[in-house]
Ligand binder design. Structure first.
Ligand SMILES: [Zn+2]
Length: 372
């Protein structure tokens, strides 16, 4: 049996050890659930495991150069199926579910994800996993592997399935045909159906160390990076390789600017401007915006309080924050985490934001001055 070595997965030593040992013993489970924060390498691990299982190299897999590995990298291997949430709109849909144009978009995004598993897909609307796609994958799985020894199905964001898609998937997951491996991924373990969790072997992806991310950047980033640029992105990304790359590719992100603006308006208690901002962020077409801004809000506060890096002077000066002690910063982090949880539980976004802003003002200015 060749040995399974993860070449591009950053960190996650325990996960690597568990999967390599299972591969070596011929005891890979028929279903795994990889859970952990976005950008920690779940998809990277899934793609490399799939490549490894299908690879034809006799000594070490995946080799990244045999015919099978090349097919996986071009997303042209008939035994690898990848499913993830998509936002299909307009002529991407038809009466059967997904139109030819929709399938084209899916193929394009699939290739992108398999090639750069740490990349972030940007959605313009609320994405989900269409049942037509899940049915298509089921057919392929029941038909059996064509070229390799196994069929491998990667389902990214398995928590974002509607009931119909989940039921379709469960039909196969409950009694999987031989030689099938399901790799289900999620960054919201709490939102995954218990029937899925109970059928999978669970593997947890933790945060990746700053030094490991920094080392990996030279091979993952598409451009030359200065030392300072690299340090700042790593610090800011808090243990997520995907987020580090995203920040490097989008240096002054819209989210950074909006989060800084939100913090400034809360400090100035500018309700009029805040009301405008709440309207914009909670608009339906801005799916994901609230959560992104809240996450960046945490970074802003963290950077300012820990003074580990330069304050974003353009928007707010660090002297504004001199009165903010650690307990109050902790309160702000808690406010953010609660608001993110409420948004993820599909709470009413504008109501969540109003409550969040009131809580932040209480924390910054003290209880007596809030809510006139
Ligand atoms: Zn190979």
């Amino acid at each position: 049996m060749p040995s399974l070595i993860f070449k591009n997965l950053v960190g996650q030593q325990r996960v690597q050890d568990v999967l390599s040992a299972a591969y070596a013993n011929g005891s890979l489970a028929h279903a795994y659930l990889f859970s952990g924060e976005s950008g920690t390498g779940k998809l990277q691990a899934a793609v490399e495991l799939a490549m490894g299982v299908l690879c034809k190299n006799p000594e070490q897999v995946p080799c990244y150069s045999c015919e099978s590995c090349r097919k996986v990298l071009h997303f042209a291997h008939p035994d690898l199926h990848v499913v993830f949430p998509v936002y299909l709109h307009g002529d991407m849909k038809d009466s059967d579910g997904i139109s030819a144009k929709g399938w084209e978009q899916i193929a394009k995004d699939s290739r992108k994800l398999v090639n750069s598993p740490y990349a972030t897909l940007n959605y313009k609307g609320i994405p989900n996993i269409p049942v037509a796609w899940m049915r298509d994958v089921n057919h392929a799985v029941l038909r059996g592997a064509i070229e390799g020894p196994m069929s491998i199905i990667i389902i990214d964001s398995v928590d974002m399935m509607n009931k119909e898609s989940a039921n379709t998937m469960l039909k196969v997951l409950e009694e999987p045909p031989e030689n099938t491996i399901f790799l289900c991924l999620t960054d919201k373990h709490h939102a995954v159906l218990p029937t899925i969790i109970s059928r999978c072997q669970n593997l947890r992806f933790g945060y990746v160390g700053d030094a490991q991310i920094s080392d990996a950047l030279s091979r993952l980033s598409t451009r030359e990076l200065s030392g300072e640029e690299r340090d700042q992105a790593v610090r800011y990304a808090m243990g997520s390789v995907g987020r580090t790359l995203f920040l490097l590719e989008n240096p002054a992100t819209e989210w950074t600017v909006q989060a800084a603006e939100l913090l400034r308006l809360c400090m100035e208690e500018d309700w009029l401007a805040l009301a405008d901002m709440i309207d914009t962020l909670s608009a339906r077409e801005n799916f994901g915006a609230c959560e992104q801004v809240l996450i960046h809000f945490i970074y802003q506060v963290r950077e300012l309080v820990l003074k580990r890096g330069p304050a974003p002077e353009k928007y707010i000066t660090s002297t504004d924050f001199q009165s903010l002690d650690t307990p109050r910063a902790d309160d702000l982090f808690r406010n953010c985490r609660q608001a993110i949880a409420a948004i993820r539980a599909r709470g009413n976004a504008s109501l969540v934001l109003v409550n969040f802003i009131i809580a932040v003002m209480e924390t910054i200015h003290g209880k007596k001055r809030q809510a006139y």
